[in-house]
Design a protein. Structure first.
Ligand code: ATP
Ligand code: MG
Length: 386
């Protein structure tokens, strides 16, 4: 029935100049998410974005993709016709017939919106006319303006658009309307969810993965790559960096207290991440830390870890329970990949009894046994873009 989707976005924040670039970024992201489809046209008509396909059979799959584009609030499968009143009548009847094949309709309501003020009928008048048309064509149905079985929406712009269904989508802000951040992406459950949550607010995401090859396998790399690909359905193109942090772990193991190794390693991870971020012109890091989840995520541990760097770290899942994080991971499709059993670097070098209340003085003392800058540089030299 449908070959067109009308896209509605939250317009509350859109004033003046912002609007154009907001729409442009939204269209770019829609285009990215539909790159696998042929003969798709995306265009604007009087303040709304439309997606038109020449292949009606693609529509269900297109809807599934577009549902994941941040910045869209609702989509409506629609029919597009020239603004000819006879044509509008004909297509409205056709749509009504189609809808009554799928459900029993006793009552309906017509809602007209006239964005093109040159259209000769006022919205209310046009709704009344079209209501009459339906009543005549379908003698067994009635109008109910309060609680109808179905709504028919007629939107008058450069074309007329007729629709009935409004599908709720993911919301958020379009990619690239809110800067860039570097996601520390492990193979776990939490960090992909964290990336998703920040990307949802219009942030473009780069991702960084630390490994300890050959202690960690090639499969662990593949797993992270797969997670990044799944995130791309929502977040758009993700540049994925990897760093081999093996020498850092070795040096820590050799020169420092065992119970502090996790904290020390994480301070190095942050330093390296900060260096990459600054070089890429990125302002903030993102991690999947959740308060109290493990020894390195207590208040004291996080304070000591963050003391190593100056740029802010966003932790969108900080106040969430594991079950809540898992719910989102399932919903965005990263969960099944996250639970694959390939280790990331930290579990290989994890101490048996990590400190849960590390003291900064003690950590600094341990670090005085290490060539911090040399180790950061050495790890940095292993940077690869996957
Ligand atoms: P996740 O499920 O995201 O792996 P976690 O509960 O296992 O988190 P940690 O291993 O302590 O927790 O890691 C906390 C955060 O540090 C992760 O969410 C991630 O952002 C980052 N991180 C941990 N390990 C790595 C890694 N190997 N590469 C990149 N980032 C990492
Ligand atoms: Mg982890």
């Amino acid at each position: 029935m449908y070959n067109l989707l009308a896209v509605s976005y939250g317009e509350i924040f859109l004033k003046g100049k912002n609007r154009g670039s907001f729409e442009q970024k939204l269209i770019e992201q829609i285009r990215f998410s539909l790159k696998g489809f042929k003969d798709v046209k995306i265009y604007k008509d009087l303040g709304k974005v439309f997606i038109e396909t020449m292949h009606e059979n693609d529509m269900d799959n297109i809807i599934e993709k577009v549902k994941k584009v941040f910045g869209i609030v609702l989509i409506s499968p629609s029919i597009k016709v020239d603004k000819d009143i006879e044509l509008i009548k004909e297509k409205t009847i056709e749509l009504f017939k189609f809808l009554s094949n799928n459900q029993e309709i006793k009552t309906f309501k017509i809602n007209t919106r006239r964005s093109d003020k040159t259209f000769p009928y006022k919205s209310m008048d046009f709704s009344a006319i079209m209501g009459g048309v339906i009543l005549e064509a379908f003698p067994n149905v009635n109008v109910d303006v309060h609680n109808p079985d179905i709504h028919i929406y007629i939107d008058i712009k450069h074309y007329a658009y007729i629709s009935s269904e409004k599908i709720k989508t993911v919301g958020g802000l379009p990619r690239g309307t809110n800067g860039r951040a570097l996601l520390l992406l492990s193979g776990g459950i939490d960090s992909p969810v964290a990336g998703y949550m920040i990307a949802k607010r219009g942030v473009e995401i780069d991702a960084l993965y630390f490994h300890t090859y050959p202690f960690t396998s090639e499969r662990a790399n593949e797993k992270v790559k797969e997670l990044a690909e799944k995130l791309e359905e929502y977040c758009g193109k993700i540049k994925l960096y990897s760093i081999n942090i093996l020498d850092v772990h070795k040096a820590i193991k050799q020169h420092c207290r065992e119970d502090e190794t996790t904290i020390l390693a994480r301070r190095f991870m942050m330093r390296i991440a900060e260096k990459i971020a600054l070089e890429q012109g990125i302002d903030m890091l993102i991690t999947g830390e959740s308060l109290g989840q493990v020894a390195s995520q207590t208040m004291k541990s996080m304070a000591v870890i963050e003391n190593a760097i100056n740029i802010p770290i966003l932790k969108p899942v900080i106040g969430m329970d594991k079950t809540e994080i898992i719910d989102i991971a399932r919903q965005i499709g990263t969960y099944d990949t996250s639970i694959l059993p390939y280790d990331d670097c930290c579990s290989v070098f994890a101490p048996k009894n990590p400190v849960i209340k590390p003291k900064l003085q003690s950590i600094l003392k341990s670090e005085s046994n290490l060539d911090i800058e040399g180790l950061v540089e050495k790890a940095y030299s292993t940077l690869e873009i996957i």
